[in-house]
Write a protein that binds this ligand. Structure first.
Ligand code: SF4
Ligand code: SF4
Length: 453
């Protein structure tokens, strides 16, 4: 052997083991980012006005406009679109929502990790056997308990706020958290919030993944769309000797599943944590060669029977795809024909005067930006009616009433007239009315109201 071997040659002779850690390097961070982004999206969707429930108007807010149940095309199109897309997602990737996006699982994992750090490895898992938490002796400190308790409380307070974004605009939420008076907030909201925080705290402290394991109907619903081709965990049984004395993957599964025995309709949520665990193990081991034994796959790749899962998916998804297109068309059609306002005219029961007969004009404005509406009456002499006001100013969506008073001294007969409302933004509509004036001094006995052009 040449004793004058150069340093470069010496370095070149050192064997380099190439690590294969796609699970640990890609899957795990990708899932974490997805979980965080999902939480942000859950808040941003209502906060941006994209979607919010509007109990006062009896509908919801979509793209910053009120949608009533009478806006059938938008309501039906939206739900058909969402439902069909979800069904396609379940068919292709199974219960990925649970493993990658579910806020309940996200906070449960976070709580488990925090508990593990502060109280030790055995303390994080709650189970139905009623076993007490086993806190590592060296971590039995009041400070650790206190930090854990405060962190869980803060998370509960944040989580309990999220549903409120679906009922109130961000400014009202700010008023709520900064203890300012806001007329939009319900009087009992602080109590409701307090109950939500208590429920959430119980969930984060005790229930955690038990909800996913034993109580979640939505997970079962998603599994009903699963087939052999749906994304699932695949196990390389040809190298099963690697598994001797190893339980790392089972240990990493929050549902306590054994990914080495995959069944089509098991309760796996495709989180991929077992894949990460096995890849991590193989990358660190000097004995185990090759990549990990587990991976997320469509079809059955390991056994050489890859079934063209995408082709199969599109074959199965035809009906759902058709529903998606129909939903999209209805939704788009609904948005194009959307009416930003509407109004009704009806006989007012609050008349009161023997000399006048009242009609109540109720104008509803559905957009969350300022607008001015103008009311006109056509077909009646100016001297026989009085309009309470002709211009209505809206700062935001809402309703306003205007009284139209007809003189009770009208000569007997039928009077045809119309009420029209026009906005500065260009929207206009009108109602045709037929008013019957009886003999004096009797009050008019009937009026019919019919929508005009
Ligand atoms: S982590 Fe990998 S090697 Fe260990 S038991 Fe699971 S599949 Fe086998
Ligand atoms: S088996 Fe693996 S992918 Fe399925 S839930 Fe358990 S850890 Fe997640």
């Amino acid at each position: 052997m040449d004793s004058r071997i150069s340093a470069n040659d010496a370095l070149r002779n050192i064997a380099v083991i190439e690590e294969h850690v796609p699970g640990a390097k890609v899957l795990h961070p990708a899932r974490r980012y997805t979980q965080i982004i999902t939480l942000l999206v859950l808040v941003l969707i209502p906060a941006s006005g994209l979607f919010r429930i509007d109990p006062e108007a009896g509908g919801f807010i979509l793209l910053d406009r009120q949608i009533w149940f009478s806006d059938m095309l938008i309501v039906m199109g939206f739900w058909i679109l969402v439902a069909s897309l979800l069904i396609m997602m379940y068919s292709l990737v199974g219960a990925v929502f649970c493993g990658w996006m579910c806020p309940q699982n996200t906070v449960s994992e976070w709580a488990n990790n925090l508990t593990e750090r502060l109280l030790g490895r055995r303390a994080n898992m709650m189970d139905v056997s009623g076993q007490r938490m086993q806190v590592a002796v060296r971590r039995k400190s009041w400070l650790n308990y206190l930090v854990l308790g405060l962190a869980l409380l803060a998370a509960s307070m944040f989580y309990a706020l999220i549903p409120m974004f679906y009922f109130y605009p961000p400014e009202a939420i700010w008023s709520f958290v900064s203890f300012q008076y806001d007329e939009r907030l319900a009087g009992s909201l602080h109590w409701i919030y307090f109950v939500c925080v208590a429920v959430m705290l119980m969930d984060i402290t005790v229930i955690r993944h038990l909800l996913c394991k034993y109580m979640c109907i939505y997970r079962v619903w998603q599994h009903s769309f699963k087939t052999r081709d749906t994304l699932h965990i695949s196990y390389d049984a040809s190298r099963s000797d690697h598994c001797a004395n190893c339980n790392y993957c089972v240990d990493s599964c929050f549902l306590d599943l054994d990914p080495r025995q995959p069944e089509i309709f098991d309760s796996c949520v495709n989180c991929g944590e077992c894949v990460v665990a096995c890849d991590r193990l193989h990358s660190r081991s000097k004995k185990l060669e090759g990549p990990g034994l587990l991976r997320l796959t469509l079809g059955d790749e390991w056994k050489g029977r890859y079934r063209g899962a995408l082709g199969s998916f599109f074959g199965r998804a035809k009906s759902a795809l058709l529903a998606t297109l129909i939903g999209l068309a209805m939704f788009a059609g609904g948005l194009l024909s959307y009416e930003p306002a509407s109004f009704t005219v009806e006989r007012s029961k609050a008349g009161g005067s023997d000399q006048m007969v009242d009609y109540r004009i109720n104008v509803a404005y559905k957009l969350f930006r300022p607008e001015t509406m103008h009311i006109r009456v056509k077909g009646l002499d100016d001297r026989v009616y009085r309009l309470e006001k002709t211009d209505l100013v809206f700062d935001t969506a809402g309703r306003q009433d205007v009284l139209l008073k007809l003189a009770a001294s009208l000569p007997a007969g039928l009077y045809r007239f119309s009420v029209s409302v026009e906005s500065d933004g260009g929207w206009r509509s009108s109602f045709n009315l037929v008013h019957y004036a009886g003999r004096q001094p009797a009050r008019p006995v009937a009026a019919t109201v019919s929508p005009g052009v």
